[in-house]
Design a binder for this molecule. Structure first.
Ligand code: HPA
Length: 268
């Protein structure tokens, strides 16, 4: 844990109280509104030295510490993406801070394109695994042997099962599948999508994978859920754009919110 993370955690506790955080939630494009429903304190990333300037529209660059469904949460209203700065480890400090605040698990959410006809826009998908197609790794440059982190059970089977039960109980149809990370910010070509479809991908996006690697490095249990905002390039008729992503995210976001709320209510 870096000294910086400990200092920031102390600063955050002064503002938001020192009850330990039980879980971190990272919100993807168009999902930032969930942060507004937390009963707690919103701290702008700008007030936290070293935090990313989550500069992508559709994100809500606040860390909100408080209570959601009776659970002490830390909600990251926005994330930093590799494509914003060229830094693969842009979310390392926020995740270190999450750990220093007491959390032992994190659920990441994202907007993604679908590679499956049975998983159209508005669906949600719980990640079972990922393919890192970016050629990058957020642990490059880490000096300790801890950098050789195992990706076995990276998407924690127990957390996934609990999320699945939460979806069933909420009457939400939640798919499961493999997410592939391309760096962005340009969207994929049809050929790139065909390539990863052959390799077994179910969804594609520009985030989450580096955070999951960092979270596992830090010993946090992880799960992740995508909201499908479009069919991946070449597979549908929609024109893909960031505007379209933001417009479509609310379709799946209401399902995702139901699942997360139920998960929190039942599992803590
Ligand atoms: N590709 C990459 N990232 C995305 C997509 C996509 O099709 N949709 C939403 N985020």
């Amino acid at each position: 844990m870096s000294k910086n993370a400990e200092t920031l955690a102390a600063q955050i506790k002064e503002l938001a109280g020192d009850a330990p955080v039980q879980i971190g939630l990272i919100l993807g494009s168009g999902l930032g509104h969930i942060a507004d429903t937390v009963d707690g304190v919103a701290i702008p990333y700008d007030a936290l030295p070293g935090f990313p300037h989550a500069g992508v529209s559709g994100h809500n660059p606040n860390l909100v510490i408080g209570t959601l469904e009776g659970v002490r949460v830390a909600v990251f209203g926005g994330r930093a993406h590799y494509y914003e700065s060229g830094r693969g480890d842009a979310m390392r400090l926020p995740l270190e801070v999450l750990k220093a605040l007491g959390a032992d698990q994190v659920i990441a959410t994202n907007a993604a394109g679908s590679l499956r006809a049975d998983m159209p826009t508005g669906s949600i998908m719980c990640l079972t695994d990922h393919i890192n197609f970016s050629g990058l790794n957020p642990l490059i440059g880490e000096k300790s042997d801890a950098r050789f982190v195992s990706m076995h059970n990276a998407y924690d089977a127990d957390l996934r099962e609990a999320l699945k039960q939460a979806a069933l109980a909420s009457d939400v149809d939640m798919h499961e599948g493999i997410y592939t990370w391309y760096s962005g910010p340009s969207f994929e070509t049809p050929a790139e999508i065909r390539a990863i479809r052959m390799l077994g991908s179910d969804a594609v996006g520009m985030s989450t994978v580096p955070e999951v690697i960092l979270a596992r490095f830090l010993g946090l249990r992880t799960a992740a859920i995508s909201t499908i905002t479009n069919m991946a390039e070449g597979l549908g008729t929609e024109a893909i754009s960031h505007e379209h992503t933001k417009n479509m995210a609310p379709l799946g976001a209401s399902k995702l919110e139901k699942v997360l709320r139920r998960y929190l209510r039942v599992n803590f």
